[in-house]
Design a protein around this ligand. Structure first.
Ligand code: KG4
Ligand code: ZN
Length: 333
């Protein structure tokens, strides 16, 4: 069976639509971001994101499906959460409307799980399970054991800030614009990672859980109440980044020692960081490590359409039209 899936993604500040065949083959991947309007607020402004979604959703879908005849589309997959309530509702209503109008099944997909699927989508087949899955995004930080696409066991998560959120907050502390992640990485290239000795948090009795809020506060105390020059900012960025990534790498090393792990699949916006990729390459040597391809790293709808295909194979009736959005949802729910 071959299936053409339309994916729709509106969990945060990107309005995205994509056509994917059989969970892997990307025909279109259209993304309209409203990051420009959030920059001056230092974070995503939910109401403004929603207004942009409303304006963008139809043109983005039209562009994504322009090259095919509508009748060729077999399934509509939509990110049902987690995310901003208003933003989620816009994607969900669009998906339901199309499902009704085109008489095609609807399937809801978890956005965080889809981030993880992004690296599987680009990786060679067969996928190597059991694997360690690592989600490093603006809203989520997870370590999971992947038994199969759609079957996970949670190994660890953050008890406070997500890793991308910590990057963004440190970016703000260093006077960088939003989103801070890529800018902290740029600045860190000029800095000395040994200049400040920051510490990542340890969670009592949960060695695979993360805590980044103390690290962020460490940066705050190191630079507060005084004028700091460019070099010192770069040193703070480098020291922060190195501490955060050393923590993630050491927990990943511990996680792979707990089961016969055959590979690592990573997902989420922080995966675009080159320093992180180099650290994993240095650390894991012969264990295959798969990163999301360039176009699947930040929020996108191709990962939604791709994972939607697998969800539909397991649930061929699709989801009911009263499917609800979920602002908070962990992997696979
Ligand atoms: O996965 P994503 O697009 O959104 C969520 O679903 O949360 O990730 C966005 C996050 C932001 O926090 C952003 O600052 C971070 O990924 N990010 C980075 C880099 N590029 C994006 N963090 C560190 N280094 C980067 N190069
Ligand atoms: Zn995301």
């Amino acid at each position: 069976m071959t299936m053409l899936v339309l994916g729709i993604e509106t969990t945060c500040d990107e309005t995205a639509a994509s056509l994917v065949r059989d969970g892997r083959d990307i025909l279109s991947n259209v993304i309209a971001s409203s990051a420009d309007i959030h920059e001056k607020y230092g974070g995503v402004f939910p109401e403004l994101a929603c207004r942009r979604h409303i304006d963008a959703i139809i043109p983005v879908i039209e562009e994504a499906i322009a090259q095919v005849d509508r009748s060729e589309i077999d399934l509509i997959a939509v990110a049902k959460g987690p995310g901003l309530i208003g933003a989620l509702l816009i994607g969900m209503q669009a998906a339901k409307g199309l499902s009704l109008a085109w008489n095609r099944p609807l399937i809801g997909v978890n956005h965080v799980e889809a981030h993880l699927y992004g690296s599987m989508m680009g990786a060679p087949e067969p996928l190597l399970f059991p694997a360690l899955g690592i989600v490093l995004s603006g809203g989520h930080t997870f370590l999971v054991k992947i038994l199969d696409v759609g079957r996970y066991e949670l190994l660890g998560t953050t008890v406070d800030d997500a890793i991308g959120e910590a990057f963004d907050k440190v970016g703000t502390l260093l006077g960088l614009s939003y989103p801070g992640g890529p800018r902290v990485e740029q600045l860190a290239k000029e800095g000395d990672p040994r200049r400040f000795s920051f510490k990542a948090g340890r969670v009592k009795k949960s060695p695979l859980d993360f805590s980044f809020s103390g690290l962020k506060t460490g940066v705050y105390y190191a630079i507060r109440d005084r004028e700091i020059g460019h070099q010192e900012k770069a040193d703070a960025a480098a020291s922060f980044q190195e501490t955060a990534f050393a923590d993630i790498v050491s927990k990943a090393v511990l996680a792979v020692s707990t089961f016969p792990c055959r590979s690592i699949y990573l997902g989420g916006g922080v995966c675009s960081n080159r320093r992180l990729r180099n650290l994993f390459a240095e650390t894991f040597g012969s264990l295959p490590v798969f990163w999301p391809p360039q176009n699947l790293s930040l929020d996108n709808a191709a990962m939604i359409a791709g994972l939607g295909f697998h969800k539909f194979l397991k649930n061929p009736a699709g989801d009911p039209l009263d499917l609800d959005v979920k602002t908070r949802a962990i992997l696979g729910v």
